[in-house]
Each structure stands twice: as C-alpha cells, then as structure tokens.
Design a protein around this ligand. Structure first.
Ligand code: AMP
Length: 441
C-alpha cells in the first residue's frame, strides 16, 4: 500500500543551495509533476512528463538541470553548452530563462537563442561557452548550420550519457512516437491524462456568427469581472483586426503575433503582465507556457485549427491552483473544431446563444445544439481514443454531418498500400504546431 505522504523538496534529493532558493521563492512543497519526476531525473533517467497547464513543469525540468550545474565546477568549454532547453515560442524561452536564473543560487551563464533579435550577442556568448542554452528551434538550427555552436560535438562527446526530458500538457500519439526516437528508455510519467484541462477553468461556448462576434465581445468586456483577459485569434490578420476594433470600441489592448518585431512582442506581454493593458490579443504564439498571474478570462475569438492549442490557450488561466473562465465564440462553421476539442479534452462544453443572420454567414443553417446534448463523437463514458472519429471512421472520412475531419492527412492509399499524405494548409499548420510542441508546456 502506498501512503499518501506529502514529500518535500529535500526528500527529492535536491542540493542545499536549491532548497534555499526554493524557500525564498515560496515553493513549499513540490507539485505532483515535480514530486514524480525530479528524483528520476536526478538519477539520470530520460523522462516524458505529462501534466496540466500551470502545474509547475518549468521547475520540474529546471531544478534537475540546476542540481546538475551545482555539482559541476569550472567553466563550459568554448562553443559548447552543458544543457539545452528547447521551447516552442520565443516568449516561453524568455520566461524559462528567467525562472532558471531566479532559482539558481549559483551564478549561471545562460544564453537565449531566438529569432527576431540580433545573432551576434548570442554567438559571442556561446563562443565563450555557457551553462544553459534556451532556444527556439529556428535560430538554433541557423547557428548549428553556421557552425556557431557545436551541439553535434557535445552530443558525440557525452554520447549515451546525454539525458533528455520532455514535458507537455498534451501528448499526441505523433509526438510520443517522435519522442521515442530522441529519448533513451524514457519513463512516461503522467501527473494528469494528456490533453485534459484544469478543472478550475470554467469553460463555455457562445454561438455567434462572424459578424456577431464583435458585439458579443463588447458585451462580455462590459463585465468588470473580466479583469485580465487574453483573446486568442486564429490568424495574425485576425488578431490585428480584433485589436483595431477593440480600440475603436474604447478598450485598451496590446497585441502579440508573429508579424510584430520581437521587441514589440515582449513589450505587449509586459504591458499585459504589469496590468497596464487589461487585454492581450494574441495568436497561438502566446498559447504555450506563458505564465502571467491572475489572467481571469481567456476568450477564443475563433477556435484553433489544432485542438491541442485549445488546451494550451485556456491553460493561461487557472494556473497553479487559481480559478478562471474560458469563453469560446463559435460560428456554425467551427462546429467540427469544437467536436475535435471535446474529443481531446473528454468533455462536452455547454453551448449558449443563438446564430443570427444569413445562412452563408456560417451558421444559420446549423441550428444550435440543444443544451446538454452530446456532440457527435464527443467523449462519453466510453472514452474514444484520440483521433478516432465515431463509427470507426479514421482516415479523413466524412462525419455523420457531412463535414470532413480537420486533422490528420486525408487517407488516400498510395503505391504499396501506404496512405498517401495530402495536407491542406490548415492541416499543415496544425502539424507544424504539433512538431513545435516538443518540450512545450
Ligand atoms: P509553470 O507551470 O512551470 O509555469 O508554473 C506555474 C506557476 O506555479 C508558476 O507561477 C510557478 O512559479 C508556480 N510554481 C511552480 N512550482 C511551484 C511550487 N512547488 N510551489 C509553489 N508554486 C509553484
């Protein structure tokens, strides 16, 4: 029988200097993912860790890295690093770097290897050798290709002794398979079921045609309970449009998306986290990992193409035991995306509101689902595996309502009976987002 005794950071085997900084940071007890993964990481195991958004994954992988650095003396060799952290977005990389430095009593040398900012400072730091590189994949690949960092040499030098860990709140089968090639005999540790959302986020869906959404948003924002709000838009252009309309309608909003300069992105995030701007309008670049305290509401102006991004988006609220609300504005054409989300999170979301306007506005033909009705294919008592459409339709089949599956390649058999993968642009985007999810949280 396993007794449920709360373990402390000391029990997990962390060294004294880290225990001191943890106490200073107010981290009294390990969160479940920290409790389950820190010790095996200290013992050298490769880990695939799954835990919900806002549940302390940064420290779960950061503390073992810092413990390792604490035990090392001297300086990293020129052009090498002792640890490499990959993050899916620049903002998340910046945040991870800050957390690591704040949790280390010993002065560590870190370098952020990100696109959108000057390469020369990054190259100069790496030339001297660093303890930790925190990188996004694009710029890292640039520097490796240009031989400015010798990762291959590092990997070859440490060979099988390299330790690799990967953490996320979602873990699609594709990513898990990909990870198997990178990790050596990994322990899969789940502090939660992959893809599940935090219970403390109240989730709801409001039906609204594209043209209704602006009014609907204004109605929502009239409520002062929406103190700190992040609004997600599917595209950069859409984010700009929503921001512009918000300004016209008298709201203070900052915007963050991939067409903005890195300085503008960081400035927007800062304005939002400092409370200067009540609203942040963002694309999915802000969906992963960003830990801004006290976001009261997440509003999905549109549903994301990739259902996993829904989980990451709404995970910006209700972090670390707090509560929050996630509201999705959905037009008739987005229904299949909602079904994909519901299948992933294994929950049916309550839908309210009414679609107004002509049928070609993406909705009038699609009558609102009766309250409480289970959507086709949504998880019920018998949890269907992810990616399975109801009725055994797996590969790009038509849904009972005639719509096509949005995710995964259309399953057309190519030569040799192998499914030939044909992707539309939405699927390509979704697949790219998934590839970039390695190490996301
Ligand atoms: P993360 O999921 O890593 O972004 O962490 C979410 C939030 O929880 C951050 O604000 C952390 O500072 C905080 N946090 C992480 N671990 C602990 C802990 N053991 N005790 C208290 N707060 C924590």
């Amino acid at each position: 029988m396993r007794l449920n005794v709360t373990r402390t950071f000391t029990d997990l085997g962390l060294p004294a200097p880290l225990l001191r900084t943890l106490a200073k940071a107010g981290f009294e007890t390990p969160t479940p993912i920290q409790d389950k993964t820190i010790k095996p990481q200290l013992e050298g195991r490769d880990i695939m860790g799954i835990a919900q958004t806002g549940s302390g994954k940064t420290a779960a992988f950061g503390l073992p890295i810092l413990a390792g650095l604490n035990a090392l003396t001297g300086h990293a060799s020129p052009m090498t690093t002792r640890a490499l952290i990959l993050a899916p977005t620049r903002e998340l990389a910046v945040q991870i770097d800050e957390v690591l430095r704040s949790l280390s009593e010993k002065k560590i040398t870190t370098v952020l290897v990100l696109g959108g900012v000057s390469r020369s400072a990054q190259i100069n730091k790496i030339a001297r050798g660093v303890d930790v590189v925190v990188a996004t994949p694009g710029r890292l690949k640039d520097l490796i290709d240009d031989r400015k960092i010798k990762l291959k040499q590092i990997a070859a030098a440490i060979g099988p002794r390299r330790q690799t860990v990967m953490f996320s709140a979602t873990m699609s089968d594709e990513i898990a398979k990909l990870a198997k090639g990178l990790l050596n005999d990994p322990m899969r540790i789940e502090a939660s079921t992959p893809g599940t959302t935090v219970v403390k986020v109240e989730q709801k869906v409001i039906l609204a045609n594209t043209k209704q959404k602006r009014d609907e948003l204004n109605t929502l924002l009239a409520d002062p309970a929406l103190e700190r709000v992040i609004i997600f838009s599917r595209t950069k252009h859409g984010a700009d449009k929503v921001t512009k309309n918000l300004m016209i309608d008298g709201h203070e909003a900052a915007a963050i998306h991939g067409n903005k300069s890195q300085n503008a992105r960081q400035a927007a995030l800062k304005a939002f986290s400092s409370g200067k701007a009540r609203i942040l309008v963002a694309t999915d670049i802000a969906a992963r990992g960003i830990d801004v305290p006290n976001i009261t509401h997440v509003i999905n102006y549109e549903l994301p193409d990739d259902p996993e991004n829904y989980v990451h988006r709404i995970g910006r609220t209700a972090r670390n035991g707090a509560t929050g609300v996630a509201i999705t504005l959905m037009n008739g054409e987005e229904r299949s995306k909602l079904r994909d989300v519901e299948r992933l999170i294994r929950r049916t979301l309550p839908v309210s509101g009414e679609l107004k306007g002509p049928a070609n506005e993406g909705g009038a033909s699609a009558a609102p689902r009766p309250r409480g009705a289970r959507p086709a294919g949504a998880a019920g008592a018998a949890r269907p595996a992810r990616g399975h459409a109801p009725g055994g339709q797996r590969n790009g089949g038509q849904r009972p309502d005639g719509s096509r599956r949005e995710h995964g390649p259309a399953g057309k058999a190519g030569p040799g009976g192998q499914p030939k993968q044909r992707w539309n642009s939405g699927q390509k985007r979704a697949a790219k987002a998934k590839r970039e999810a390695v190490g996301a949280h």
